[in-house]
Design a protein. Structure first.
Lengths: 219, 131
């Protein structure tokens, strides 16, 4: 195309001027064009998320430090937007439980070189607003062998009404008496008792031998 | 009789509550938020100290819980703490437990009820705090 333009310029006796102009324009146009595509594609991603009401979205390796930082930002955003204290705290609570669930249980992980440093675990988490409700969606890989038990546990909770969830929560508080666990067992009940709608979950077996676990909680 | 454990005073941090345990005076307070990175690091030594405290068979003590948020792992730790005070009540000690909750936060009231119902000897008062 450029060559044709140059030849056209030559025919019109404007070769030098045109060539200079085209060269300058060409030098600017190439990066500009790339940039505009980059902006478009990033903007697309952002618009997709925003159209779904997403306030925060994170995908990548996470650890407790990231939870602290994201939590602080989320807290400020919620405090700014949400007058209903119960709802605000429930949204924050569900966010923390789901983040910690990824941090404890994602099977996609990078071990640290030293044992006292926590590993990085891969997962995704987004929190958004739909009408008056907040939703928190998480996704992470789990070991395929762990998936059936996880599904069974979630199906049990899914079948419970609020009174049954609270009863199970009370019972779980007393389980294993003195031993402190990393929240196993009680985390999903905590989330379910704060949820305004039934919890949603799904599993997908992946080719790498793991299972993808998706979890959505609305408060 | 066993010796009293040393007092514990920890100022609140972003993810940990203030812990003020005065074993000599028998006054205990937990206040703030609790979602530690590692619940065993956060509460292990406190639980050990409380176990020792129970063995001193205290005549009276009071615990004030003023939490605005805690995660599920902290809930377990909190239950174990309350159980130690329940042990003291079972020994005949005069135990006063108060769960302060934000008037605007329904969940905190309900959680207080749940924790209270899990106690057998001590009774937990639920106290609304104006915002």
């Amino acid at each position: 195309v450029l060559l044709q333009v140059e030849i056209a310029g030559l025919r019109q006796g404007k070769f030098r001027l045109r060539l200079t102009t085209r060269r300058v324009v060409k030098a600017e146009m190439v990066p500009r064009k790339c940039l505009s595509m980059l902006a478009k594609s990033v903007l697309n991603m952002r618009d997709n998320l925003q159209n779904q009401g997403v306030v925060f979205a994170y995908c990548g390796y996470i650890n407790e430090t990231i939870l602290t930082g994201l939590g602080e930002a989320l807290r400020r955003k919620l405090s700014h937007d949400e007058p209903d204290v119960t709802k605000l705290r429930s949204a924050f609570s569900v966010f923390v439980e789901q983040m910690q669930n990824i941090i404890r249980h994602s099977s996609e992980m990078i071990e640290a070189d030293t044992p006292d440093v926590e590993p990085l675990r891969y997962g995704m988490l987004s929190i958004g607003k739909s009408g008056d409700d907040y939703f928190v969606i998480s996704g992470n890989k789990v070991a395929r062998t762990a998936a059936p038990q996880l599904r069974e546990h979630l199906e049990e909770i899914h079948a419970m009404d609020l009174a049954a969830i609270k009863k199970a929560y009370r019972k779980q508080l007393l389980a294993d008496d003195d031993r402190l666990s990393m929240g196993a067992g009680i985390g999903f009940l905590e989330v379910a008792r704060r949820a305004s709608r039934a919890i949603e979950f799904d599993f997908e077996e992946l080719e790498d031998g793991s299972t993808f676990f998706a979890f959505k909680v609305t408060v | 009789m066993s010796e009293l454990p040393g007092n514990i005073l920890r100022e609140a941090t972003e993810r940990l509550p203030k812990i003020d345990f005065d074993f000599g005076l028998g006054r205990f307070e937990i206040a703030g938020e609790s979602y530690p990175e590692n619940v065993i690091d956060a509460y292990g030594s406190i639980l050990d100290a409380l176990r020792e405290y129970v063995e001193t068979r205290p005549a009276s003590c009071r615990l004030d819980i003023r939490l605005t948020y805690f995660n599920s792992a902290s809930a377990k730790a909190l239950m174990v703490i309350l159980q130690r005070f329940d042990d003291i009540a079972a020994q005949g000690g005069d135990v006063k437990l108060t769960w302060y909750y934000d008037a605007e936060d329904e969940n905190m009231l309900e959680l207080g009820e749940d924790f209270g119902e899990n106690l057998t000897s001590a009774e937990m008062q639920l106290q609304e705090e104006p915002n």
